[in-house]
Design a protein around this ligand. Structure first.
Ligand code: PLP
Length: 397
């Protein structure tokens, strides 16, 4: 295989853990039955696997198996939660609250609902990326039906105060949805303690396969009503039709299981790697950490670099390290990250930002190698930039 850059883009996606692959394999060719075929052993085997996976997922977030709806990922889960609630509750109210720094899979369904006559409040964030709970409190209206705030941000890794938000929503009797795509298996999630009514999950951010996720939908206190967005055979208690993808579901459950087992030790290890990395870079000066310094995912290091051009920096890093600037979905466009702009950054500083996502398979040696290369790249970019501006100012004179 050709020499490829070191992968530090774990927020975009993760490699499949081999233990997950092993758990999945028998369900492709051997136990291939349709979990809805209940008249023979092929169906029973698949159904048993799905049932077990549902239980594992439910246990992981303190829910019950009936509250888990399998989807194709977090994008679909977010769409089902937001549009499903809008459609089921529009006679009660047409106002929703979310946050400017949400993933596009939350923002875009909200914007779509605006075109149908819903009103959406997009809350700003503080300089550290966290929402201001007082602003949330002020945003509630008598016609508010849903609050959607993500658990962990995909760009700057900040962890929103879910328990506090949940308590406020419960007090106002407004449903609380959280996009936990980046949080599952990395931080403790408890739908009871945090008063969460809907939660979006996905496997491929936690070393599971792509194309599978789930939506948690609360069944008691209160029982959440949801209008299905995919109609058909009435799978998943009518909330999401379509033949269940057994191997992917088994993979999701295995990934969650491993994530929980290794949550403490892995998050400690990633934190050490991140601090090691930061300590290597920060002596350069003019390097800023984006997002709250401690209330963040342990594997996230999002930095802004002063005195360099953002795309030149990314280009310089590319041969050695696979990273992205801003969100992966928008990294094809050279625009300042909306999340960083929401933190109050100037356009140029938001533009010269890099998201390092450190994960399960990274080593200290890799971090050292990347740090060395990053330092050299930033040095030389700053030097050439300084030379250019000297030349220009000489010309002006
Ligand atoms: C990756 C991600 C999504 C999209 O999940 P898919 O499973 O790829 O659809 C949604 N929200 C957040 C916060 C994410 O990081």
């Amino acid at each position: 295989m050709s020499h490829r850059p070191i992968y530090l883009d774990y927020h975009a996606t993760t490699p499949l853990d081999k233990r997950v692959l092993e758990a999945m394999l028998p369900y492709f060719t051997q136990h291939f039955g349709n979990p809805a075929s209940l008249s023979h052993a092929y169906g029973w085997e698949a159904e048993a696997a799905v049932k077990q996976a549902r239980q594992i997922l439910a246990d992981a977030i303190h829910a019950t198996p009936e509250e888990i709806v399998f989807t194709s990922g977090a994008t679909e889960a977010n769409n089902l939660a937001i549009k499903g609630v809008a459609e089921a509750y529009f006679s009660k109210g047409r106002h929703m609250i979310t946050v400017q720094t949400e993933h596009s899979a939350v923002l875009d369904p909200c914007r779509y609902l605006q075109t149908l006559g819903f009103e959406v409040t997009f809350l700003p964030v503080k300089k550290d990326g966290l929402i201001d709970l007082a602003k949330l409190e002020q945003a509630f209206r008598s016609d508010t039906i849903l609050v959607s705030v993500m658990a962990a941000n995909n760009e700057i890794g900040v962890l929103q105060p879910l328990a506090e938000i949940g308590a406020m929503c419960r007090q106002h009797q407004v449903l609380f949805h959280t996009d936990a795509a980046q949080a599952l298996g990395k931080i403790p999630l408890d739908v009871e303690a945090m008063n969460i009514d809907l939660m979006s999950l996905t496997a491929h951010k936690i070393y599971g396969p792509k194309g599978i996720g789930a939506l948690y939908v609360r069944r008691r206190n209160p029982r959440v009503q949801l209008a299905p967005q995919l109609h058909g055979g009435g799978h998943e208690r009518g909330m999401r039709s379509g033949t269940l993808y057994t191997p992917q579901i088994v993979g999701l459950a295995k990934a969650v299981e491993l994530g929980l087992e290794e949550q403490e030790s892995e998050s400690q290890r990633l934190l050490q790697l991140r601090e090691h990395f930061w300590n290597a870079l920060s002596p350069l000066g003019g390097i800023y950490l984006n997002g709250h310094p401690t209330q963040r995912l342990s594997g996230n290091l999002n930095i802004s670099v002063e005195g360099v051009d953002g795309s030149a920096l990314l280009l310089g890093l590319q041969p050695v390290v696979a990273v992205s600037s801003g969100a992966a979905c928008s990294s094809a466009t050279v625009a300042p990250s909306p999340v960083l702009l929401a933190l109050g950054h100037s356009e140029s500083l938001a533009y010269a930002s890099i998201r390092f996502g450190i994960g399960r398979f990274n080593t200290t040696e890799e971090i050292d190698q990347v740090a060395q290369h990053a330092i050299a790249t930033i040095h030389s970019l700053r030097q050439s930039q300084a030379t250019t501006s000297n030349r220009i100012s000489n010309q002006v004179k």
